[in-house]
Design a protein around this ligand. Structure first.
Ligand code: FAD
Length: 371
């Protein structure tokens, strides 16, 4: 029997961020993680810490995302101080590049709406024409009509971030248990136990941070978590000299010099392999956007599965049947890593989610089901 303050199921970016947040507040946290055979979005994503385009029609999501993006610098610095691992975080602002007037018009309307919905929290943005965009990113091709820009956007290396979170968790006395697929949960209000390989882990708090695994796990503690896989494919090139001073929604240069080209959104069930058609489409748009890419070699392509709620929003909830059991899941786990570590962990300790997260409750699915 091993007693903890909290059991976190899932050792990806979401679970580990919450577990780290708990551990740095002096709580004894254990992460139970399925392992290498699991789907792991945290190891196959694009690495944006992205604000623009988040929260259209849902200002709570925009605010939460912006808060995380604003916290990311301190979060990343803290992780580096504690572990020596740099997450590669940068926040130079970011652009969404448009290749047609229609795309730019759509973008203009979307940004105006986001600005309107932000109210007093003021969402600042700029719509740029070709010349203004070229000033920011000289490498764009003639087909780029314009762009939207915000200063809130940035990127990080998701693999280093995950590594740093794991290392920091251990440093704060947390425990990580690999090859620990959770299938059964003994649940009572504020009393949970899970037995893995002969050891029983017990705690008054349980956090489900298991990505696509949350759907099945949620059912065991009265939480409706209807997440589904959405495939994304990514291309990565050889390293080139610095050429992209800021990330764009679909193409960014890493600190190491590679260019990442992403990323599709496909309903492909649980199939997480790449397809030539999608890779071709991504590459074609990339070359139209940045003609220099025609001469840059691709070194790898991969696909991974996003963790997607029906409305694309995060799901944050505490079980009504089993208080003390929380779910934390989202499709932007890089962007929200700071919010999960710095804020969500505190809510778990407090035993209550704040009103500003009410929009992300599972209650919204009850309403949909009744409609
Ligand atoms: C192609 C692509 C591009 C993306 N780009 C971005 C981006 O630019 N910016 C951004 O913010 N986000 C991006 N994302 C999303 C981001 O990767 C995810 O939101 C994030 O990784 C989710 O982390 P997670 O920990 O919830 O899930 P995962 O990384 O999937 O981790 C879940 C963990 O739970 C474990 N698990 C599952 N079931 C069980 C069980 N029963 N018992 C024990 N353990 C279990 C698994 O082993 C796994 O380690 C992208 C995703 C994809 C696929």
């Amino acid at each position: 029997m091993a007693d903890f303050d909290a059991i976190v199921v899932g050792g990806g970016l979401v679970g580990t961020a919450v577990a780290y947040g708990l551990a740095r507040r002096g709580r004894k946290a254990v992460v139970l993680d399925e392992g290498d055979i699991a789907h792991r979005a945290s190891r196959g994503n694009f690495g944006l810490v992205w604000v623009q385009s988040k929260g259209f029609g849902v200002p709570e999501y925009q605010r939460w995302t912006r808060r995380s993006s604003e916290d990311w610098g301190a979060f990343s610095a803290q992780l580096q101080k504690e572990t020596g691992i740099a997450s590669g975080h940068e926040r130079p602002g970011g652009v969404t590049l448009c290749l047609t007037e229609e795309e730019l018009d759509k973008r203009r309307r979307m940004m105006a709406q986001l600005h309107l919905e932000a109210g007093e929290t003021n969402f600042e943005y700029e719509i740029l024409d070709h010349a203004q965009t070229k000033k920011l990113i000289p490498a764009i091709g003639p087909q780029v009509v314009g762009a939207s820009y915000t200063r809130y956007d940035g990127a990080a290396n998701p693999l280093y971030t995950l590594r740093a979170l794991h290392a920091a968790l251990l440093q704060h006395g947390g425990r990580y248990v690999p090859n620990a697929r959770v299938e059964h949960i003994n649940a009572a209000p504020n009393q949970f136990s899970i037995t893995i390989n002969g050891t029983t882990y017990a705690a008054p708090r349980l956090v489900l941070g298991a990505g696509l695994g949350n759907k099945a796990l949620g059912e065991k503690v009265g939480l409706n978590v209807p997440v589904r896989p959405v495939r994304g494919q990514i291309i990565v090139t050889e390293r080139v000299a610095p050429v992209l001073p800021m990330p764009t929604l679909m193409i960014r240069q890493t600190v190491e010099g590679t260019i990442m080209i992403g990323e599709s959104r496909e309903d492909a069930g649980w199939i997480d392999t790449t397809t030539p058609e999608i890779v071709h489409t991504l590459a074609e748009r990339a070359v139209k956007t940045f003609p220099f890419l025609r001469d840059v070699r691709i070194v790898r392509t991969w696909a991974a599965l996003r963790v997607m709620a029906p409305d694309g929003l995060p799901i944050y909830e505490q079980s009504r049947d089993f208080p003390g059991a929380f779910v934390c899941t989202c499709h932007s786990g890089v962007t929200l890593a700071a919010a999960h570590a710095l804020h969500y962990a505190q809510y778990v300790i407090d035993g209550a989610l704040p009103p500003e997260l009410a929009r992300f409750s599972t209650r919204r699915f009850d309403v949909q089901a009744a409609a």
